[in-house]
Design a protein around this ligand. Structure first.
Ligand code: NAP
Length: 227
C-alpha cells in the first residue's frame, strides 16, 4: 500500500490479518488502524518488491509520482493499482509497470467499519480482476464496468447527500433547535435513519414514513381519484 491516509488506512484495516500488508508513504511513521492495531509505515519504495499487488492510495495528482517511485522495485508480475477516483488510468504512463484502475464506490470510514464497497475494475483483464477479487474481497466486490462510473456515482451521491444535509441543517435552524439538539439530529439521528432505511432495518416509525413518501402523491406522480 502506497499512502497511509484515509483510504490507505481503511483498506489496510480490512486486509491486515488476511494478507501480508506492507505500508509505505513519503514520510515514515506509525499508524493505528481501525481495529486499534499499530502498523508501521515505511518510506522505502523497495518494500514493493515481492508484492503481488501494489495499491496506490494517494491523491490523483500524486499517482504518477508514486507509481514512478515504486516502479523500479515492482516484480515483473506485480500489478500496480490506481485507486484515484478522478484520475483516468489511461492518462498515466509509467514505463516498466502494469497499471490498472480499481475505482472505489465507497467512503473510507465506512470501509474501515466493514461496510462493503464496490470496486470498478473495467480496465483490468479477467485474470487481473480475479486476482483483485481474491485480494480485496474484504473491501468489496470487484466489478467489470467502465472506471469513470465510480467518479460519476461518487459525484452524484456526494452532491445529493450534501444538498440534503444543508437543507436539513437550515430546517433545523429555522425550527429553533438548540446546538446540542441540532448536532444530535445531524450526526446521530440522520446518519442512523440513512443506514436503517438503506438496509431495510426500520421500526414502525420509520416504516410508516417510508411508506408515506413512496406513495405517488408524495413522489410527485399521478394522484389517485380520491386524492
Ligand atoms: N477517502 C475516501 O473516502 C476515498 C474514496 C474513494 C477513493 N479514494 C481515493 O483514495 C486516494 C487517497 O485518498 P485519501 O482520502 O486516502 O487521501 P489522504 O487522506 O490525503 O491520504 C493520502 C496519502 O498519500 C500519501 N502520499 C501523497 N503523495 C504521495 C506520494 N507521491 N508518494 C507516496 N505517498 C504519498 C500521503 O502522505 P504524505 O503526504 O505524508 O506523504 C497520505 O498518507 C485518492 O486517490 C482518492 O481518490 C478515497
Amino acid at each position: 500500500m502506497v499512502g497511509a491516509g484515509r483510504m490507505g488506512r481503511a483498506v489496510a484495516t480490512r486486509l491486515v490479518g488476511e494478507h501480508e500488508v506492507v505500508l509505505v508513504s513519503r514520510r515514515p511513521g506509525r499508524m493505528t488502524d481501525g481495529e486499534g492495531r499499530v502498523l508501521d509505515v515505511g518510506s522505502d519504495p523497495a518494500a514493493a518488491s515481492g508484492c503481488a499487488i501494489v495499491l496506490l492510495a494517494v491523491p490523483a495528482p500524486e499517482v504518477a509520482a508514486a507509481a514512478a517511485w515504486i516502479a523500479p522495485h515492482v516484480d515483473r508480475t506485480g500489478l500496480v493499482v490506481n485507486l484515484a477516483t478522478e484520475l483516468p488510468t489511461a492518462d498515466v504512463a509509467v514505463p516498466g509497470i502494469r497499471l490498472v484502475g480499481c475505482k472505489i464506490i465507497g467512503q473510507s470510514t465506512q470501509i474501515e467499519r466493514g461496510s462493503p464497497a464496490a470496486l470498478i475494475a473495467g480496465s483490468a483483464t479477467r485474470t487481473e480482476r480475479d486476482l483483485l477479487s481474491s485480494a480485496l474481497g474484504r473491501v468489496g466486490v470487484v466489478i467489470d464496468a467502465p472506471e469513470q462510473l465510480a467518479a460519476h456515482v461518487n459525484d452524484l451521491v456526494a452532491r445529493r447527500v450534501i444538498a440534503a444535509q444543508l437543507d436539513l441543517a437550515a430546517a433545523l435552524d429555522e425550527s429553533g433547535a438548540p446546538p446540542q439538539a441540532r448536532e444530535a439530529a445531524l450526526g446521530n439521528l440522520a446518519v442512523g435513519i440513512w443506514g436503517a432505511v438503506a438496509s431495510g432495518n426500520t421500526g414502525p416509525f420509520l416504516t410508516r414514513i417510508v411508506e408515506q413518501l413512496r406513495t405517488p402523491a408524495h413522489s410527485g406522480g399521478p394522484r389517485s381519484h380520491d386524492g
